[in-house]
Design a protein around this ligand. Structure first.
Ligand SMILES: [Zn+2]
Length: 580
């Protein structure tokens, strides 16, 4: 952030607001500590009440800032203060029960590059936290001296490339850029997604190749994507940055496409490494290998699957299914559960397809898919004149990867009731994740499929059915629970009792026949529960923890009461109750 920006940090649990870039900081007492900051009394008619509250809180925080130019950002006596901020988004956070309102700073109608103000509100629109990076005002140009074409020429000259290399770049937009205390705010042309790297970056790549650190081809063959800010008065390049999530050379994801094992066209992230494209997504940390019919116990290929072009050939379809489905699980974890991958720390997930096992009924097949030693292993089955991979079942993929999450959280012991819970959580997330991506309407459970491994059971039936376990011969009530020895104490058998309870939760309705929970709420509640269970947890313990999590999660007393009642009822239906 440029030095002339003001940084503001505030949380109501902290003793005082922190502010940098302002000589005297916030006025003492401007921010109340510990006690919640109440919601503003009035709001402007017509404005979203969250936005109005966020603006008022920012106003109160900025009132003590010593820099007069920043005080001009606010206007007294109005809920719309401070005025020079444009709302970008309002995001309710289900995990924290707060709402985040994000603004960018504008001058006139033009954004100030890199500016940002974020206000977090509680359910009563009281202030939970705030942070801001704001720029003081100077008197910048309001009209560009250089037109778009002149700016484009200047950019090409700066990059030492022919101007026609930039012919396909979209027309730039105008913004303000803070060029420091002396130069002040500059009016700049913002060129986006430019397929050329700065000279220094290209030089660095060449040096790395000569050092033997990088096996890539000529850097000019690489697919660069950079943004540039060009001064609209003198044509100098003020700023640039790579648009790729991983900016260091050699690890950029590359968009690829190809058919999956169901014959559906897919787009996915690979990586361009020299002459070939590799099934490695450096963004989500996914690598997919093709054992090409090799035995499970044999050596792993040294490289993930490769393709000569970014359009992958038909032989790669099993690998593409595994890669795409692992990506869907990763994205669900990130978006819904706010979890970074299987271990919560962005670990690399490796998938291996086309595994065979000499021990299976036919040596060039293997009818299974397992999470084992931090890898996904997928078998294949003959289907006419070709093989079909187990990687094409998203519910199976999600089930197996959830075993990985369990391993890194509660690590439920894989036998008896804790083992059945281990299996059940995998089935629950298998169904949640599969329907999140594939159901006709992800928010409406009446459109969902509850089968696990459709077609993989006996006589073409599914392996299990969450909505009606008895249909496939599984128990649905605790009165059917008898200790057993086989199947690690019935982990794949008694799991169906807890599955049915979870199905009851997902489909629970209130007195007005409305659904009590959204599927994403259920996902979060079970995820929070999974993280709080002890290794030897029983079904009863799972219910007790789920109820506790629900009480914490819903701040609103009426909701809390309604939701815990619905869960208790869903579990009582299968004979699971909390005693004493
Ligand atoms: Zn399992």
């Amino acid at each position: 952030m440029p030095a002339s920006f003001l940084s503001l940090r505030h949380h109501r649990l902290d003793p005082a607001a922190n502010v940098s870039g302002a000589p005297t900081g916030l006025r003492a007492g401007a921010v109340s500590a510990i006690a919640p900051v109440p919601a503003p009394a009035a709001s402007d008619p017509g404005m979203d009440p969250d936005e109005a509250a966020a603006r008022r809180h920012l106003h109160d925080l900025l009132v003590g800032v010593a820099r007069p130019e920043l005080r001009s950002l606010r206007a007294t006596g109005s809920a719309t203060a401070p005025p020079d901020l444009r709302r970008q988004r309002i995001e309710p956070s289900e995990l924290t029960k707060t709402t985040v309102v994000v603004f960018e700073q504008v001058r006139g109608a033009l954004p100030v590059f890199g500016s940002h103000a974020l206000v977090e509100l509680d359910e009563n629109r009281g202030l939970v936290s705030a942070s801001a990076e704001l720029c003081g005002s100077s008197q910048p140009a309001t009209l560009p001296t250089l037109g778009v074409e002149r700016a484009r020429e200047r950019l090409a000259r700066h990059l030492e490339i022919a101007p026609d290399r930039l012919a396909g770049v979209a027309p730039p937009s105008l913004c303000y850029f803070d060029a420091g205390a002396v130069a002040g705010l500059r009016l700049a042309w913002h060129f986006e997604d430019v397929p050329a790297a700065p000279v220094a970056t290209r030089k660095e790549l060449e040096d790395r190749q000569q050092d033997g650190h990088d096996l890539g081809p000529s850097p000019r063959q690489r697919r660069f994507s950079f943004d540039y800010l060009v001064d609209s008065e003198d044509g100098n390049v003020l700023y640039h940055y790579s648009r790729a999530p991983l900016a260091f050379p050699g690890e950029l994801p590359t968009r690829c496409s190809g058919m999956d094992d169901d014959g559906s066209p897919q787009q996915f992230n690979g990586h361009f490494a020299g002459e070939r494209y590799v099934l490695w997504d450096p963004h989500s940390n996914l690598r997919t290998f093709d054992l090409a019919g090799g035995d499970l116990d044999g050596p792993l290929p040294t490289s993930p699957a490769t393709s000569p072009g970014d359009e992958w050939p038909a032989e790669a379809r099993a690998a593409i299914s595994a890669h795409v489905n692992a990506g869907r699980v990763y994205d669900f974890c990130r978006v819904v559960l706010k979890r970074d991958g299987i271990d919560g720390k962005g670990m690399t997930v490796e998938s291996v397809v086309n595994c065979t096992s000499l021990a299976d009924r036919s040596p060039d097949e293997w009818h299974n898919a397992v999470w084992f030693q931090n890898r996904m292993w997928y078998g294949r089955a003959k289907d006419g004149d070709r093989y079909r991979s187990y990687a094409r079942y998203l519910d199976v993929v999600a089930h197996e990867l959830t075993h990985g999450i369990t391993e890194h959280t509660s690590n439920l012991v894989y036998r008896d009731q804790s083992g059945a819970l281990n299996e059940s959580f995998s089935d629950i997330f298998g169904v949640l994740i599969c329907n999140y991506w594939l159901a006709p309407a992800r928010d409406d459970v009446s459109t969902w499929s509850w089968d696990i491994g459709p077609g993989l059971g006996k006589n073409g039936k599914p392996l299990r059915d969450m909505s009606d376990p008895a249909r496939l011969g599984y128990p649905v009530h605790m009165r059917e629970y008898v200790r057993m020895v086989r199947d690690e104490g019935g982990v794949h058998y008694y799991s169906s009792i807890h599955n049915k309870a979870a199905y009851n939760v997902l489909t629970a309705t209130d007195d007005t026949s409305k659904r009590v929970f959204s599927p994403e709420e259920v996902a979060v509640l079970y995820y929070l529960t999974l993280g709080r269970l002890d290794r030897m947890a029983t079904f009863e313990k799972a219910l007790a923890v789920l109820l506790n999590v629900t009480k914490t999660y819903y701040g609103n007393a009426a909701k809390r009461e309604r939701n815990t009642t619905a869960i208790a009822r869903a579990y009582a239906d299968v004979g699971i109750v909390v005693r004493g």
